[in-house]
Design a protein around this ligand. Structure first.
Ligand SMILES: *Cc1c(COP(=O)(O)O)cnc(C)c1O
Length: 376
């Protein structure tokens, strides 16, 4: 058997919708499918406005522009995250200030955020790792008291909530990803969720090359013009058509992923009880969107051995982020505040197992059996 780490989600209706976008004669941005996807995102999450973007990286760049991040500003985030979380702010001349994570969820440790705040701090960027929510009540409370903006990296967090409210809707901005490695996809793409109504029009302008074209298309003005700086952050309607097939059938995808996730947890339970491996925790305020199934082993050496063992058996299991503060760009642009108690140590123990829409029960059972054999 050969089992890749990921296969892009495909449910079978994508071709029809993509071809229909072509037949509509509107393959550029903000066509029929883009509008459908944005409306559905708004319905699903309760956000004031959802704008489809070319990626989560770009949604975060838009948020950094809209938040008025300037050179010399500081932005608090975990070091255990994808480069885009930091890049969006570094591009504006800001410095990422990394704080340690909680070992139970691999999310930013909310109790360490306040210590990292200086008079240069502008924003807090919680990352909902594996689609499991950060401690948002505490983070929002800190942000309010210190007058900071919250931008959620909700790249992995589709269909997941904290205290019943959609992730990505707690801060002023929430950024989703529809990259092919995420639960639902459009190849490359994302969405910016906006909670502050006064930010909706500026966001539409930045997304459309600094023009008020969105207002023009709604018939609110009779010609459009260049009104601010901006870029091109709107995806092709062909990509949106692919996403629509998945958004409109999200339960199908989520039910399958949850089933696989539960199979893994059940099948590996005995190893966890014997403390050969450890699972991630899902706090009671949070839901599980089955974005990821990770296990932690004793240490880096054990992880390297297990990954190789699985590879020899045809299974592609992979590690995840190398902490940003240890990367060359992280050292150049940012700093770690406080002690790195868990970020490096826990990241070195973590392995992600194959989890995708088209994985079969047989494949999952084979992976479980192989891991059990390794520890035997
Ligand atoms: C996938 C991911 C991103 C980047 O998403 P793109 O859509 O590829 O730009 C950012 N942050 C996190 C935490 C991610 O998992």
């Amino acid at each position: 058997m050969k089992i890749p780490f990921n296969k892009p989600p495909y449910i079978g209706k994508e071709n029809e919708y993509v071809l229909s976008a072509v037949a509509n004669g509107h393959i550029s941005g903000d066509g029929e499918y883009t509008k459908k996807c944005a409306a559905r995102m708004e319905e699903m999450t309760g956000t004031k406005r959802a704008l489809l973007t070319t990626s989560c990286t770009h949604a975060t760049e838009m948020a950094a522009l809209l938040a008025g991040i300037n050179p010399g500003d500081e932005v608090i985030m975990p070091s255990y995250t994808f480069v885009s979380t930091a890049d969006a702010f570094v591009l504006r001349g800001a410095a990422p200030v990394f704080v340690d994570i909680r070992p139970d969820t691999m999310n930013i440790d909310e109790t360490l955020i306040e210590d990292a705040i200086t008079d240069k701090t502008k924003a807090i960027v919680p990352v909902h790792y594996a689609g499991v929510g950060c401690e948002m009540d505490t983070i929002i409370d800190i942000a309010k008291r210190h007058n900071l903006i919250v931008i959620e990296d909700a790249a992995q967090a589709i269909a997941s909530t904290y205290k019943g409210k959609a992730l990505g809707t707690f801060g002023t901005f929430g950024c989703y990803s529809f990259h092919e490695t995420k639960n639902i996809s459009m190849g490359e793409g994302g969405a910016l969720l906006i909670q502050d109504e006064s930010m909706i029009e500026p966001a539409e302008i930045i997304r459309e090359k600094g023009t008020n074209r969105a207002k023009f298309f709604r018939g609110q003005i009779d010609k459009y013009t260049w009104v601010n700086y901006g870029s091109s952050y709107l995806p092709s309607d062909m990509n949106a058509a692919y996403l629509w097939a998945q958004l409109d059938n999200i339960d199908l995808i989520q039910n399958k992923r949850l089933k696989v996730w539960n199979m893994y947890r059940e099948g590996l339970k005995a190893l966890a009880e014997k403390e050969y491996i450890q699972f991630g925790e899902i706090p009671k305020e949070c839901t599980n969107n089955a974005h990821m199934l990770y296990i932690k082993v004793a240490d880096l050496e054990e992880r390297t051995k297990l990954i190789q063992y699985l590879k020899d058996k045809g299974i592609m299991a992979v590690f995840h982020y190398v902490p940003l503060h240890s990367a060359p760009a992280g050292q150049k642009f940012g700093r770690f505040n406080g002690e790195d108690k868990f970020t490096t140590k826990e990241s070195e123990r973590l392995i992600r197992l194959p989890l995708f829409y088209s994985i079969t029960d047989e494949e999952v059972e084979y992976i479980i059996d192989t891991i059990v054999k390794y520890f035997a």
